[in-house]
Structure formats: C-alpha cells, structure tokens
Design a protein around this ligand. Sequence first.
Ligand code: SF4
Ligand code: SF4
Length: 135
Amino acid sequence: MKSRKIVLHFSKKIMDQPIVCQLVKEFDLTFNILKAQITPKEEGVMVIELTGSDAAYRKGTRYLRDQGVKIKPLSKDIVRDEDKCTHCGACLAVCPTDALVVDRETSEVIFDSQKCIGCELCIPACPPRAMALEF
Ligand code: SF4
Ligand code: SF4
C-alpha cells in the first residue's frame, strides 16, 4: 500500500460527474480530498491523497485519464520572485490553501511557503510570472 498526493484537473464538461468515487468502487483505492476548488476559468481542481497498491494506482489513474481528467503529481517547491511580484492580488483567488494572502496592515500579498501544497495554480494566474517552480 502506498499513498500519493496528486492534483486532478476537471474540465467544465466532466466536473459534475462522480468520477473519483469510482476509484473506491472499481479500483480498490481510497482517497482523501485535501483541497477542491473551482478556478476562475471554471475548471475543477482537486488535490487528493490516493492510497492503494501500485497496480490499483496504475489502473485507477488510467481510468481517470480515460475520463478526461488531467493528473499531475504534487510539486513541492514553488518560489516567488520578490522582485517581480507587484502585489496585484491576482493569485489570491486561485490559491486553495491561503498560502497567498493579503497583509492587512501593508496591503502586500504575502507568500507562506509552509502552507503551499505545490498545486501550481498560481503560476499561470500571476501576470508578471513571479511564481515559479524551483528546479
Ligand atoms: S499574482 Fe503574482 S504579482 Fe500578483 S500578487 Fe500574486 S505573486 Fe504577486
Ligand atoms: S502552488 Fe500557488 S496556488 Fe498552489 S498552494 Fe502554492 S501558493 Fe497556493
């Protein structure tokens, strides 16, 4: 048995279908939803922890892809280029964990890397591309 954290992206077309529930019924996997949110583009994003054997994981994730779900492993190291950040706030609505929040005193957007789960949603949302994966 292994647990893996992954990010699932659902298009608007398949968002209301009980696709993830099938992982339990059909593939002997269990899942724990860590975060779920609808992005401004009306795409569904869900961060889940999937637990089961390697074979069950392979079959289950193949099933998800066949249904049109995009799967990404959870990245770990997201960094912000402080010189590029203009504190515009465009990233606030997409961050599912409040790793990006406004400091009420300074009105600046703070990035708390401890809260970041590496879902990468802020990267395309940031106009000056201040958020990036660290390699
Ligand atoms: S979207 Fe980018 S530039 Fe704007 S506050 Fe967030 S990190 Fe800074
Ligand atoms: S990757 Fe970006 S949007 Fe996702 S949790 Fe980290 S700061 Fe928030």
